[in-house]
Design a protein around this ligand. Sequence first.
Ligand SMILES: [Zn+2]
Length: 344
Amino acid sequence: MESFSEEQLKNLMTEHNLNWRKSRDFIAKWASALLTYGTDAVEFLKGTVYTKGKINFGGAEYPAQFKSGGNNDLRRKLMAEQKPYVAAKTNLEDYGIRLDFAKCFLCQNVVQGYDAVDNPTIDNVIEAFGEFFIMPNRYPAFAGHSLWVPVNHDDTKERVIPADGVLAPEKGKTRGAILTTYELKNFIDATRKNNLGAIRNHVLDAMSIPGHDHFHLMPDDTPNFAMLNYLMKEKDKQYMKGVFTLKNTPFSTLAITSDTKGDYPDFISYILCKMELDNQVFVLSYRDGIMLVSPRKNINDHKRIQVGGGIHLHFPDKPDADYLAKADHHIVKRGEYDWKKYIE
Ligand SMILES: [Zn+2]
């Protein structure tokens, strides 16, 4: 497999504010895996600049972290040129996993990962954990941008199938996938082992491949998480040990921490399952024993809203007025959400 020089990796990591000792091994594996898609990490992310600033909501200012950098044109060009992956096995059933190969890019990436066992030059898997892969995001937004991907395509028997982009609630069905204890346990182990933080969008807010659940992963010292300590500093309302809302934010944000009693992945799954069954739309972020849940509102026509997963970490996708107005309309404000009915 091709690889980058230590100097190239060092420059990339410095540009993205990453700690060399902590993240070098992951970034090296990530950059090599990304090359199997023909994407040169150094070239693709050139010119990324992080700055600290402020965002204004409801007349109050909050510190925020911004990123600027010009890979959007390149990303669009590569996406337009992307060719479907050709599987090595003629009969897809021989892979022994649930696939929607023709329509789902993640399924194609997973199959490439399986084929790589016999052909290391196409090895796009950074690390395999049983039925889950860590794989690079094909079009990364920052250094180390990867995905945690179940090898199986979602089982959508009990899910609402979108019609013309509309996901209207249906009795006995959910719109997003329900994260199981088993999945969350694997996800938490995978992030801990590789010093990663994560964001999970919802099918109704910015999940790019809604039929194949995934978390976005990134080194946990990435600037995306720069405001986490500030956010965690003050509690708004405590519900039980290790479970509270945050004060230093305009948005209603629940922190479920590993200090909670009982089995941590099981407790997260319990809360998120109740929210999903109640047709709630929410975005998650996770770092080192802290799961933040940020609910959305005003999804009146049941269409996707595309606010995205970074803003409750005070890492807005775009800090411009239009984006902030959209976030203001769709993100539930502090004190305006009935957390109790999902926690107890
Ligand atoms: Zn899939």
